[in-house]
Design a protein around this ligand. Structure first.
Ligand code: E4P
Length: 216
């Protein structure tokens, strides 16, 4: 399973990339706004920090402008994946940009049928939003499981990118359901390393090493 980090914070991305923990980055307009910087600058800087895909989202909603924004975003760096919303215009723009060789991440997916359409439109990634479904008392993980079965039934190559991940359990369940990628907020990604028994065991080993005067 690939890990993308879901942030536009370049310090966080740099530190996680140095630890060898990430395979790409996802952003959205809300995350770019939070960075307080110009979108083209942030995306260019992020693209230098990882060799993997960096999702940059259009802000238009009509086909022509989405395609023109997508082309501008793609020119920032060769590893940009243009993020398009799951609307009819977005799907049409997905087909146009994919046919031209641009990687496309179709976002704001909340159902297996939407994911089926994105695959037929040639999407590189489909982003089902688990957390936002869970917020509405709908099982987000079930959508990932359904998409996995449908994509496998028909041999679609679109990668399932589990998004809107809020906790470690979402990461584990996405991996078990066969998502190809999880895009994870930095704090959740770091939290995956934590276990109280690891801390307790390490403290005991270090205490014994000190008592015995072990040196390496
Ligand atoms: C990723 O591509 C999405 O933009 C992101 O995961 C959304 O997460 P949220 O629902 O926590 O805002």
């Amino acid at each position: 399973m690939k890990f993308f980090v879901d942030t536009a914070d370049t310090d966080e991305i740099n530190s996680l990339a140095e630890a060898g923990l990430i395979d790409g980055v996802t952003t959205n307009p809300s995350l770019i706004a939070k960075s307080g910087r110009a979108m083209s600058d942030v995306i260019a800087e992020i693209c230098d920090l990882t060799a993997g895909h960096v999702s940059a989202e259009v802000v238009a909603t009509d086909f022509d402008t989405m395609v023109s924004e997508g082309r501008k975003l793609q020119k920032i760096a060769s590893n940009v994946a243009v993020k398009l919303p799951l609307t009819m215009d977005g799907l049409k723009a997905c087909r146009t940009l994919s046919d031209a060789g641009t990687a496309v991440n179709v976002t704001l997916c909340f159902s297996a049928n939407q994911a089926l359409l994105a695959a037929k439109a040639g999407a590189t990634y489909i982003s089902p939003f688990i957390g936002r479904l869970d917020d509405m008392n709908i099982d987000g993980m079930e959508v990932i499981e359904e998409i996995r079965v449908i994509y496998d039934n028909y041999g679609f190559e679109t990668e399932i990118l589990a998004a809107s991940i809020r906790n470690a359990n979402h990461v584990k369940l996405s991996a078990l359901a066969g998502a190809d990628v999880a895009t994870v907020p930095p704090n959740v990604l770091r939290g995956l390393a934590n276990h109280p028994l690891t801390d307790k065991g390490l403290a005991a080993f270090l205490a014994d090493a000190e008592k015995a005067g072990i040196k390496i």
